[in-house]
Write a new protein. Structure first.
Length: 195
């Protein structure tokens, strides 16, 4: 078993329903994952092949807010924030081809300061370095490069939240598209226990 550090990067994106795509800077997020290898990892910074699992409690994804997110070229309004609470991130990694496919589940929490907090939107999708296609959205990921960078993409069906105002505003039920630029960094044995 080997440990990998996931680092989320800038130039990500999110789209929901018929709305144009949000531009999202996810720098500063990530977490530690365990790779149960079915193939050799080699030495140094090479990544092996096998099952990759991240502990949800240790995952951090920056919120979508006025600092990280732009919509139609403008930052989100002050006070508006969508926080992301991961519940699952696990799947397969092929170090030889750079292909990654991870089941992602999270709760997205929409709030306007202390004035309004909507019921969580539950998102479940497969984040992949390959192509994805839904009824409304499609995209193509990018496999891991020589520095461990990749683009993961996924399409999810978003069920109504139960808040009629939010559901009407977002047009739920509908699809969402996620584009996550990230980097996977193998940890050498002598640094595995560092924060």
């Amino acid at each position: 078993m080997a440990e990998l550090r996931l680092q989320t990067l800038a130039d990500c994106g999110l789209a929901i329903g018929a709305y144009p795509r949000f531009r999202y800077d996810a720098r500063g997020g990530g977490g530690l994952g365990a790779l149960t290898a079915a193939g050799p990892a080699g030495t140094g910074t090479e990544i092996g092949t096998g099952t990759l699992r991240f502990a949800a409690a240790g995952l951090s994804i920056p919120p979508l807010d006025g600092r990280t997110t732009r919509f139609l070229g403008l930052p989100l309004p002050p006070g508006l924030a969508i926080t992301i609470h991961p519940e699952r991130l696990e799947g397969r990694l092929d170090g030889a081809t750079g292909m990654v496919a991870l089941h992602f589940e999270a709760r997205f929490r929409f709030a306007i300061g202390s004035l309004y907090c909507a019921p969580d939107l539950v998102v479940a999708t497969m984040l992949s370095t390959g192509p994805v296609q839904g009824r409304r959205h499609r995209a193509s990921g990018q496999p891991l490069d020589g520095e461990g960078r990749a683009l993961l993409v996924g399409v999810a069906t978003i069920a109504p939240s139960g808040d009629r105002r939010l559901d009407r505003f977002l047009g739920l039920p509908d699809e969402a598209l996620a584009l996550l630029r990230c980097r996977l960094v193998p940890l050498a044995p002598d640094v595995q226990d560092l924060p």
